[in-house]
Design a protein around this ligand. Structure first.
Ligand code: NAP
Length: 249
């Protein structure tokens, strides 16, 4: 029977992996999406949408669907699903790899301030600037809601979940973004500090170059750690290689 691979998705890499796998004959590929985005892009192979019901629900689904291997290609900040995948893989004995794109690294001209959480970013912000470009996504903005004396430009793909800071303009947009576009945006809104998660990848990294060129400080929320003992691969070719190696004696 064809091997069945589950890709936990919601990222560019997950989509590319599904495309790469469906191009191989004799493989069944299912991509799982959380269902947060109203109009997700097209994905090759089979797609299922919505939560599994925790690690136990995921383990049940893996057994019922006779899955042979799992690649968790979710976003580096999607901590719960990654923990659930590790627990479900342990419970079912299935091989699991986590596809984690490398984090961003500061260069010599960057003024980065790494912090462990959005709350820590909010603590630091008033010392760094007054006109904030906030790009940490639509969730968790409550951490900034008490900063009533700062102005925010909030950018997210879907509308932010309240509460948001009182002086906030919301810009709905999906990457990829260009350095020229980001520079113009920072100038237009007279931004003096940027807040980002360490998402990694190229789709949203132009803002970092623009901030460097304009000499702006950047507050970078660090990634949550991976669960103990999981195999991590940095990209789609490595994930395909890992899957290929499973099939070899
Ligand atoms: P999360 O906090 O780790 O997960 C919360 C719950 O959502 C999980 O327990 C699971 O529900 C469900 N879930 C998450 N990803 C799923 C998937 N691929 N398939 C099925 N169920 C999923 O996740 P999140 O941070 O809200 O992210 C949700 C999705 O958006 C992820 O797939 C991620 O790749 C994508 N995304 C996240 C970010 C970010 O910054 N967090 C950015 C871009 C894209 P059950 O427990 O019921 O199974």
């Amino acid at each position: 029977m064809s091997p069945h691979i589950l890709v936990l998705g919601g990222t560019t890499e997950a989509r590319a992996l599904a495309t790469g796998l469906t191009a191989r004959p004799g493989i069944r590929v299912t991509t799982s999406l959380a269902g947060r985005v109203a109009r997700p892009g097209a994905v090759a192979g089979e797609v299922r949408v919505g939560g599994f019901g925790g690690a136990e629900g995921l383990a049940r689904w893996l057994r019922e669907q006779r899955v042979d291997a799992v690649v968790d290609a979710t976003h580096p900040f999607a901590r719960t699903i990654t923990e659930n995948a590790a627990r479900a893989a342990a419970a079912t004995g299935l091989p699991l790899a986590v596809l984690r794109r490398p984090g961003w690294r500061p260069g010599p001209r960057d003024d980065w301030h790494p912090v462990p959480s959005q709350a820590a970013a909010a603590d630091l912000l008033p010392r760094l600037g007054h006109r904030v470009f906030l790009t940490t996504g639509r969730l968790g903005l409550a951490a900034f809601a008490h900063l009533t004396h700062l102005r925010f430009l909030v950018r997210s793909v879907e509308p932010p979940e309240p509460p948001v800071p009182p002086h906030a303009r919301v810009l709905l947009a999906r990457g990829p973004f260009t350095v020229a576009g980001e520079t113009a945006l920072l100038r237009e809104h007279r931004i003096d500090v940027l807040v980002t998660k360490d998402s990694g990848g190229t789709a949203t990294s132009a803002k970092l170059t623009a901030a460097r060129d304009l000499g702006l400080p950047v507050v970078v929320v660090r990634r949550p750690p991976l669960p103990d003992g999981v195999i991590a691969v940095p990209g789609v070719p490595e994930a395909l290689h890992w899957l290929d190696a499973l099939g070899r004696p």
